[in-house]
Design a binder for this molecule. Sequence first.
Ligand code: UDP
Length: 362
Amino acid sequence: MGMSGFRVAMLAPPWIQVPPPGYGGIEEVVDLLCSALLRRGNEVTLFAPPGSRSRGTVVNPLADAHPDEIQRSLHESDHVGRAFELVDAGEPGERPYTVLHDHCGFVAVAMADRLATPIVHTLHGSFDDPGVVDFYGHHGHKVRVVALSEAQAEHSPAGLQIAAVVPNPIDVAAWPLGEHKEDYLLWIGRMNEEKGPHRALEAARLAGLPLVLAGPVQPGQEEFFEREVAPHLGRTGVTYVGEVGGRRKAELFAKARALLMPIRWAEPFGMVMVEALATGTPVIAFPEGSAPEIIEDGRCGFLVEDTEDMAAAIARLGSIEPSRCREAARRFDADSVAARYEDVYRAAAERAAGGALAAPPI
Ligand code: UDP
């Protein structure tokens, strides 16, 4: 694309560095997307907490990251308000931003009509909370909304226009392919009812295989962890490794017989499913949210209704080839995801310019 590429202001949330040191789905997505957009000839300025890294320009609207205060509106509004000021002001000698691509919670959406630059907003959450439904009903028209899966788009409130469905990206080549599996099942995620570590424990027990649990106990999840997970940790074959990142996480995925995904919520995307597939590890998931779009039943894993079915599917894992799993992850390769976002940016820029542009803006 050369210099005719887009000039993108990428707005990460204020909580965790990009790329994330450990847990951080959105931050991982933002990192991969920035890299792919830059490779494709776009200019990207990343607005993210201090400690963030990118081959493009990095701007820190706030002096600190706030990993232990996720969702505090003080930090989000401060971060977004400052980013808006900087995008508005531009930099001497630089062309204006084509779009601001927002991955934050709500502040940028609510205030989007106060910024001349058009805003593309990726939906990273679910619509379980009626307040969220009302919020998008009122403010959603101010941004171009991107959903992560058809399921998420379908679950979105009536009247909210979804401009495009663009999945989260993965850099498949960065993950090791695990052709020789060890004798354990993996569950990795947030410790709550929706993600279902307790159901993974049940399925592994029924199947008689060891289970490795990974993931942080985030603020607010302590009680669930103590009640549903901690009592099982003394059991033979159950290991809790806490929050993992980097090589250790990649190996945990690559050597597992399967990733268990006993979710009970409308999972908007589920990065861990695609990460498992990239390492050649099958995924056994409940058919909620995006799972049926990611898992082709019988090819790269199984879709099952409950923990008993899950245990039965574990016995059939021998029929799934690691290479087929890795192949399934390629659909989400960062380059094709970035190309799809470029289409969304182009449409946003055309709309802002009040008509169709013949070429991407210079
Ligand atoms: N993750 C991690 N370390 C952990 C647990 C999770 O790095 O101990 C990462 C995981 O690899 C994935 C992200 O956090 O990239 C979670 O994203 P996902 O979409 O699966 O779940 P959610 O965003 O709903 O928490």
